[in-house]
Design a binder for this molecule. Structure first.
Ligand code: B12
Ligand code: SF4
Ligand code: SF4
Length: 404
């Protein structure tokens, strides 16, 4: 009899779930490696070019669909989820204040890749103490892994219309991670889909990036535009970005299931005070050494100073100045940065300067994102954007009062 056959796999599965929780994962599920039912959707998505410049997504497509080709000998995947919602998320108050920089709540603390990978490694070591037969490989947000599809099979949650994994008791503010293993553990069952007729995420998206249920055109998503995209942010999306300088949470904020979201127990994910609820102007004035110092160990550091400056310039262009002094302070900061040693960033600063100067005192202009492709930016309607954000803020205040 092989050693694997002689170990009690269901006892080991129970142990893995207990050990995983003790390590700080909120849920652990087990899936097999057949993801073939995702082939059509994944290939369509890539053929349509929705990945934009994220060319890493075009590579290893077969390996993504067959985890046992990615890591040979893989029989099961341990899928984990870890909550990241920090205390004092102040979602609504931050979104409503156009002078305050909004940073996606997943990025306010320590880089999750490091935190989760370390825990997955520890979990693997515990399994190895139980059986020497284990071979494993941890993944967190690694390109050739279809994390949603795996989480769905492992019973972690269902794929919402915004394409993220949602759990009935915990909403969607959690990261996913995986441990590929060679042990034939008993698998978990997928959970029921629970979006029903709701389409709230689709209509609230500031840039209409959820082009149909379950399909996000990354090129339109603020998360892509502010994080992954190395080039200029297309003018047509700039106003809709508002004060969101790194990522976006809107499709999750409107989701009714997030009223069940729990505050993270992981202190590493708590918000750093240098990044949370800070004014756009303060962050824009950071020098490069200050940027590097304040973002050490954070995922934000990976975008680099150049994109940081680009994004905040857009935020400043969208700021609705309440007084002439405020408008002057923004203009001065922008003018002082016009010699930034990068033409792309200079153009964003110039754009922001024009915005602030043109719309001073008129409460701004507004974009109708549905007409975005034809809109020239002088016809954009800032008030419509503002109304949409106000609607979202009201929904947060009502649905997630503890995190407003
Ligand atoms: C590339 C990427 C992005 C891109 C593209 C997003 C996307 N939706 O594809 C961008 C930069 C835009 C992005 C943004 C964000 N991301 Co991201 N991202 C990834 C990454 C690396 C790959 C995702 C991927 O493979 N996309 C390609 C598409 C085709 O795959 P998919 O979205 O899984 O699509 C499947 C389903 O939609 C399904 N499907 C398609 N059509 C249909 C139709 C029906 C009927 C059904 C049932 C299913 C279905 O099949 C598709 C193929 O399997 C994953 C990590 C990973 N390795 O998986 C993190 C990941 C998805 N991101 C994550 C997060 C947190 C975010 C943001 C919330 C960050 C932020 N606050 O700014 C936003 C959310 C935006 C959004 N609504 O998706 C988390 C999500 C956690 C969770 N609870 O689900 C992940 C899992 C990272 C992690 N390890 O935690 N991301
Ligand atoms: S993260 Fe923001 S921009 Fe991207 S799909 Fe969700 S709501 Fe739209
Ligand atoms: S907002 Fe509605 S449609 Fe979108 S993911 Fe949540 S429940 Fe599903």
């Amino acid at each position: 009899m092989s050693v694997i056959n002689s170990i009690d796999l269901s006892q080991l599965t129970d142990n893995i779930k207990t050990w995983g929780k003790a390590l700080g994962f909120q849920q652990i599920g087990i899936s097999d490696v057949d993801l073939s039912h995702h082939e059509k959707a994944l290939k369509n998505w890539l053929e349509n070019g929705y990945q934009g410049s994220m060319s890493f997504l075009e590579r290893n497509v077969d390996k993504r669909l067959s985890p046992d080709e990615l890591v040979s000998g893989t029989l099961r995947i341990i899928s984990v989820r870890m909550d990241y919602l920090p205390p004092d998320a102040s979602f609504a108050s931050n979104l409503k204040s156009s002078s305050t920089a909004y940073i996606s709540r997943y990025a306010l603390g320590r880089d999750y890749h490091k935190v989760i990978r370390k825990k997955l490694q520890k979990l693997a070591e515990q399994i190895q103490e139980y059986t020497q037969d284990l071979s494993f490989r941890p993944f967190v947000d690694s390109a050739p892994v279809l994390e949603h599809a795996i989480a769905e099979k492992a019973g972690i949650g269902w794929t919402g219309k915004h394409s993220l994994t949602i759990n009935k008791k915990a909403g969607s503010y959690f990261f996913l991670g995986e441990l590929f293993i060679n042990l034939p553990l008993p698998v978990d069952q997928p959970v029921e889909e629970n979006c029903g007729k709701c389409t709230a995420c689709i209509s609230i998206c500031p840039t209409q990036a959820i082009i149909e249920p379950y399909v996000v055109d990354a090129r339109k998503c603020i998360s892509y535009l502010t994080i992954e995209n190395d080039d200029a942010i297309p003018i047509v999306y700039r106003k809709a970005i508002g004060n969101r300088i790194y990522g976006c949470d809107d499709c999750q904020l409107i989701c009714p299931w997030n009223k069940y979201a729990k505050v993270t127990e992981e202190k590493d994910f708590f918000a750093r005070q240098q990044l949370h609820n800070r004014s756009l102007l303060d962050l824009f004035k950071w020098t490069e050494p200050e940027f590097l110092e304040h973002t050490q160990g954070s995922a934000i550091r990976r975008i680099g100073y150049r994109k940081w400056k680009r994004n905040i310039a857009v935020g400043l262009g969208n700021q609705i100045a309440q007084t002439t002094q405020e408008a002057e302070a923004i203009k001065n900061a922008l003018r002082n940065a016009l010699d930034f040693p990068d033409v792309m960033v200079q153009e964003h600063i110039q754009w922001a300067l024009t915005e602030v100067t043109q719309h001073e005192g008129d409460g701004g202009k507004v974009i109708n994102v549905n007409d975005a492709s034809t809109a020239t930016y002088s016809s954009l309607d800032k008030n419509a954007i503002h109304r949409k954000t106000q609607r979202l803020a009201r929904s947060i205040e009502k649905g997630m009062p503890k995190h407003k």
